[in-house]
Design a protein around this ligand. Sequence first.
Ligand code: ZN
Ligand code: ZN
Length: 215
Amino acid sequence: MEAQEIELSDAIQRICDVSPHYGRWDFESAAEFRRMGAIEHPDGGLVSSDTYGSNFYNNTEEKWRHVTNARAIRDLLEEADSGCGWEYGPADTFVYDLDNPAIVAVVESVESRLADYPFLNEDSYTEEVWEENHPSETECHAGSDCDCYVNSHECSEVLWNAYEAGALPIAEGEWYCAYCDKWYKITAQITDEMAMREFRKQLADAEAAGQLCLF
Ligand SMILES: [Zn+2]
Ligand SMILES: [Zn+2]
């Protein structure tokens, strides 16, 4: 079956003119709108509809800016008109029916918000970037500006918390700080402090045992 003749917006036609991969047919066959638009980005391109980020490889911030914007737009479009009136278009675009007033209103609002500010859901963006930069409690890929515990911790606090929990990695006179990913020498001062804590603990245990004996 022939794709029906569809009137494409100027932005879509521009993409078709310059793209080696996508042409009119790709857009015409994406949805059966009489007149088709695509959500435009203030940078002159089209807004990405990639809600997973599978096509952004290099930059964590850039990826999540696009992805959280795409998710916000999807939600707004679905809320305005679930299922029809818009579609995921070729080249990771959002295409929409220029004759659907509810969808056109959403698109206009999204385009004007993006012209003012690059994030549609900054909380979600911040959270996703944080999660990706911190794959575990002891890892930070965000750089030294990040104020997470990996960067801001006192090694001595890590040392004594782990010691008290009975989970301090020790080997060959050194202890391991997981947040620094480094081994440090167990100094005489640390050895003294360990002995002191051990002594206090034994006292406390004896006291607890003594009290138990009274009953
Ligand atoms: Zn961090
Ligand atoms: Zn440390």
